[in-house]
Design a protein around this ligand. Sequence first.
Ligand SMILES: [Zn+2]
Length: 76
Amino acid sequence: MVEGVYIPASHDGVVYRPGAVERHHGDLVWPGRLVVEGSWPYASPESCRDTSPGGIWIGPTGSEVLVCAGCGLDGT
Ligand SMILES: [Zn+2]
């Protein structure tokens, strides 16, 4: 395990899209943060313009993973 790199937890029904994410809203993303597969309003964190606060919780019981409502980027 590399120090400082985020390792997403594994949850039933939560599938991460392969590929490193570099920026979200123009800000650098913590290494290892990934997008959860889904039909999000924005195709990628790089193009995300969602500004709603808080994001949304998803997962087997609906409270395991916090993602951006615009692009699905894991921000747990
Ligand atoms: Zn986003």
